[in-house]
Write a protein that binds this ligand. Sequence first.
Ligand SMILES: [Cu+2]
Length: 137
Amino acid sequence: MRLACAAAVVTAVALVTGSAGCSNRDSPRAHPKRPTGPPVVASAGPGGVQVVTIEVDDGLRFRPSVVEMRPGKLTIRLHDGGTTPHNLRFTATDRGISNVVGGQTREATFTAAAPGTYSFVCTYHERLGMNGSVVVR
Ligand SMILES: [Cu+2]
């Protein structure tokens, strides 16, 4: 299984580097996956790229936390409606979307050619169960 980053388009905000606040002291196993609702099917966008918006806020959850798509390209728009910074990182590839906070939206387009489940986390709040997955059918 492979999830490749095809392109990254960022809204007009400063590029944030690094991952301050990340800690691996606690095992993620202590906080199992808890879907925040039913899976959401990514919608068809321009050029055959599938699109989904994932909302985050001070509740420390991805909504939706499970996204379903067909094999192909998926643009994820990560919108933070709160004041807590978040990011999104696919655990198998270390690719994802860097910090959003305070009303910002960042998006990136990924290619998932093969069916499978691709897990992602917010690296800041992984230990608190902030995780999700893209299911390619
Ligand atoms: Cu977070």
